[in-house]
Design a protein around this ligand. Structure first.
Ligand code: NDP
Length: 330
């Protein structure tokens, strides 16, 4: 009997690859970083191809109003803004395709990326702008109430909970920011914090402590949600794993996750250096990764700012870095 051999997607003979293509500048991701890289790359005649990823337009498409992106003095909705980015990228000849990068192979200086497990692309330069995805606790109830009271974006969905009671899980800057934002809309905001301290910066902590309608539930962990046609409450365990452990139920209408993000860098990690969380490391002051010809922009390489405008800025840098790399190679 033949020994079991795992499927090798980089080997055309053994894999399901149906077609191959050579591309000068491959851009993965269609958030502000990806599209801005595309605008600059197209104008530099790099003939960029953008693969959008699963969520075309990126995380901003789940946001309602964007009010802090310069150039839109009256604000704009996230989906509209991303459509503008796309139109601008296409205006200069960017080809935008729907597809997901499912594998990467950067051995021997060849930059190969597989799309949808079917198409193998060999690129002269690759810009990774695959973004980050909000983390969930992993409770079955989170799935059950998706779109029915569970959210990972207060600025996107807070509006639906005006004058209601909500909970935010997490004790970092995101949780503190989301809790204070929701406090301005909602009747009451519970912060569910698993330790007896907040990880958030002192300035953000002060904001939370100074907001009358935020109540911190220290050393609590959410274990379940309940409700007939949507979230009506959360089941918490206080001081889990200690002799004083107790189960508490509180009534809420909205359950917001703010426990961090996971950078979408998984398929690159055999080749591209990341930090312990998975954020791609770039050479300071540039978007260059440890692999020549591969650049990273936006949230996939940014654990700190995570703003549309900073992502767009790094997308611009990535295209300029790619252009210089390619012209030096010529
Ligand atoms: P962080 O990783 O900083 O914080 C995550 C929080 O979620 C922590 O309190 C952590 O608890 C908690 N947590 C993680 N997993 C679980 C779990 N399974 N159950 C319960 N709680 C959990 O992520 P953030 O998204 O808050 O911030 C990411 C980065 O972005 C940080 O560098 C932050 O400073 C930055 N940022 C800056 C902002 C600003 O300056 N305005 C705004 C937002 C983010 P524990 O502490 O116990 O680990």
């Amino acid at each position: 009997m033949e020994p079991f051999k795992p499927l090798d997607l980089n080997n055309n003979e053994k894999s399901d690859i149906e077609s191959t293509e050579k591309i000068r500048c491959l851009i993965l991701g269609s958030g502000p970083a990806g599209y801005t890289a595309a605008i600059y790359a197209a104008r530099a005649n790099l003939k960029p191809v953008v693969y959008t990823g699963l969520q075309m337009g990126g995380q901003l498409t789940t946001t309602t109003e964007v009010e802090n992106y310069p150039g839109y003095p009256k604000g704009i909705t996230g989906p509209e803004m991303m459509e503008d980015f796309k139109i601008q990228a296409e205006r200069f000849g960017t080809e935008v395709r729907f597809g997901i990068a499912t594998n990467a192979d950067f051995t021997g200086g060849n930059l190969k990326v597989t799309i949808d497990d079917k198409k193998l692309i060999e690129a002269d330069a690759v810009i990774i702008a695959t973004g980050a995805t909000a983390k969930y606790l992993g409770l079955e109830a989170e799935k059950r109430y998706t779109g029915m009271g569970v959210s990972a974006c207060a600025t996107c969905d807070g509006f639906f909970y005006r004058q209601k009671d909500v909970a935010v899980v997490g004790g970092g800057d995101t949780a503190a920011e989301e809790a204070t934002y929701l406090a301005g809309l909602c009747n009451k905001v519970y912060m569910i914090v698993r330790r007896d301290v907040l990880r958030a910066s002192k300035a953000m902590q002060k904001k939370v402590f100074d907001t009358a309608n935020i109540e911190i539930l220290w050393e609590h962990q959410a274990v379940d949600l309940y409700g007939e046609n949507g979230v009506e409450g959360v089941v918490l365990v206080r001081k889990k794993g200690t002799p004083g452990e107790e189960t508490v139920r509180i009534k809420i209408d909205g359950f917001f996750l703010a426990i961090g993000h996971t950078p979408n860098s998984e398929i690159f990690r055999d080749y591209i250096e990341t930090d312990s969380v998975g954020y791609i490391k770039t050479v300071p002051g540039s978007t260059r990764t440890n692999v020549p010809g591969v650049f990273a922009a936006g949230d996939v390489q940014d654990p700190h700012y995570r703003q549309a405008v900073t992502a767009a800025g790094s997308g611009c840098m990535a295209a300029i870095d790619a252009e210089r790399y390619l012209s030096d190679k010529r």
